[in-house]
Design a protein around this ligand. Sequence first.
Ligand code: MRU
Length: 347
Amino acid sequence: MLVEDKVYQTVWMEGTSVFMIQQNLLPFQFKIYECKTYWDTCIAITDMVVRGVGAIGAAAGFAMAQAFLSINTKERLKMIREARSDIENTRPTARNLFYAVDRVYRAGLISVENAVEEAQAVASEDAAFSKAIGEYGSELIHEKANILTHCNAGWLAFVDYGTALAPVYLAKRQGKKVFVYVDETRPRGQGGRLTAWELKNDGVPHVIIPDNAAASLMAQGKIDMVITGADRIAANGDTANKIGTLGRAILAKEFDIPFYIAAPTSTFDMECSTGKKIPIEERSQDEVLYQTGTDDNGNLIKILVCSPGSGAYNPAFDVTPAKYITGFITEKGVVKADKLSIEKLIC
Ligand code: MRU
């Protein structure tokens, strides 16, 4: 996608280094971050320099390739297995991380070149899948649609295009008038910071709403459809996504509003039979207690926004049961959220 007239992808690998847009500085500063070792890439994933399921997957695949490129000792295989587990321990919910690491690990057992090629293939596929999701999803968007989205499942969350936002970008290019209500998405504010930044860059009309406004807007008939991304989808269609998604889904059902999940097939976890088995990441309480921004001179600052001395509980994701989901928008088409449709999709 374009940033100040230059084409960028969210994460890429050149030589032995992995480069990524430094998302934890957005929307205040736009910088590229270099990870020279697999361990640097692990830290970048944990610290959310790179985030969003597809971008995490691509970064993790590249980290696995970096491990194959750099580890050359007598106990090579043992150390590579340790590297694999370091990478897998960075973000527990994001399905694409495990998908990418597994593919690159298997390829690397044949040769180091294979590992690098496979990591590049995972990243290219992620962009291609997102593009196709945009094509299928744009058909669901009618003229003058008002769309609600939660968190950031735009191009920053993938290698390019995004999932929840790809249909919106394409609908706009097709000449449809669309409007997006962007959930702020506390505690980290991926909606207010990243989705809003993306939509503004692309000239998509939008407004940021507080997380507690969705019910009222739906009750007033202001929302025509909801599209969100997914971090992991179980075999029965239950879907883990950013905390707060479940509430939007229940509301959408109550107000008879279509609720779509846009996700590539690489986010489906067929070994996970139901949403109850999806591991849910718990993040630092600081994300709830503090907010970051910039002062008048553009310096990043962190301020306490809660009562001093109180603690916080911060689960990063919730699970939306399949019964609330109208359909999945995937790179292979739009499918119903039931076990049989998912089995057909994945086979
Ligand atoms: O914690 P994050 O920012 O990595 O959360 C993941 C997400 O961005 C969302 O849950 C998103 O809606 C799905 S990932 C495209």
